[in-house]
Design a binder for this molecule. Structure first.
Ligand code: MN
Length: 270
């Protein structure tokens, strides 16, 4: 092999060793899950952490448009932002990073993000905000409340990053990962899943505040309704790491043709 080819290969090998990973979450900068994610990702190269300065679970894909955002860098070099998970990844990609990262990873969330949870989840939203990069994005959640085995989820992240860097997923595929809260050795393996569904949320609690005004506290998530074989709920319940590929296209393609007929009749009414 000529020197030139050897050099090219060396450069390629170095490139493979050193990745640039953008990390975020919705539980906030101080979350133990974020620290565990950072530790799992550090061996792969350069990490850049941009996360909300407090718990913003349930923030979904919201952007803060009614006030400016500020960035505080803590003693670990984490960028803590007074905004939503989506704000954090958006700012990192558009302003804070000189070069686009190779991957966006969000988590490790304290608690599962299964089925309908993905609509409300700030963890999934942070990963989703990386979609315009055309690079892999991954949301990772640990299914305990409170979770016990962050080290298990961290080892799962390391395996997935290793796999993704040599075999990236198709563009615009977001991986929603849920890890059972078990010791790593007790995991049953990996399952590719679809989203299941939950029953409607628990009832809203109505109460009086100290001034005697009625206030409302939104309830927790409902139990699983569609949790059969093939769903993310089922995989996690059976001790498997659940990997659900998500897409941002919410179009109900099968309804386009029937809706066209429906609209034709509507035009006849007019
Ligand atoms: Mn959360």
């Amino acid at each position: 092999m000529g020197d030139n080819a050897a050099n090219v290969l060396q450069v390629y090998a170095d490139k493979r060793r050193s990745m640039r990973l953008l990390l975020s979450n919705d539980d906030g900068c101080q979350s133990a899950g974020l620290a565990a994610l950072a530790e799992a990702c550090r061996p792969f190269g350069e990490i850049f952490v941009a996360a909300p300065d407090r718990d913003r679970s349930g923030a979904s894909n919201s952007l803060t448009l009614d006030r400016p955002l500020s960035v505080e860098t803590d003693e670990r070099g984490f960028h803590c932002i007074n905004g939503t998970p989506t704000d954090c990844v958006h700012l990192a990609l558009t302003c804070l990073l000189d070069e686009p990262p190779d991957m966006v990873i969000s988590g490790i969330n304290h608690g599962a993000n299964l089925g309908d949870d993905v609509l409300y989840s700030g963890t999934v939203a942070a990963a989703m905000e990386g979609r315009f990069l055309g690079r892999p994005a991954m949301a990772v959640s640990l299914a305990g409340r409170p979770p016990q085995h962050l080290d298990t989820a961290a080892r799962v992240v390391a395996l997935l990053v290793e796999r993704l860097r040599t075999a990236p997923l198709p563009e615009l595929t977001l991986l929603n990962v849920n890890v059972p809260d078990l010791p790593f050795e007790q995991l049953a393996g990996f399952r590719v899943t679809r989203l299941g569904h939950r029953h409607p949320s628990e009832a809203v609690t109505r109460m009086q505040d100290p001034q005697g005004r009625t206030v409302y506290w939104i309830g927790g998530v409902g139990d699983a309704r569609d949790a059969g074989e093939g769903t993310d709920f089922h995989a996690v319940a059976e001790g498997h790491v659940s990997l659900t590929p998500l897409t941002v296209d919410m179009t109900r393609h099968g309804a386009i043709a029937p809706l066209q007929d429906w609209v034709r009749a509507l035009e006849e009414l007019a």
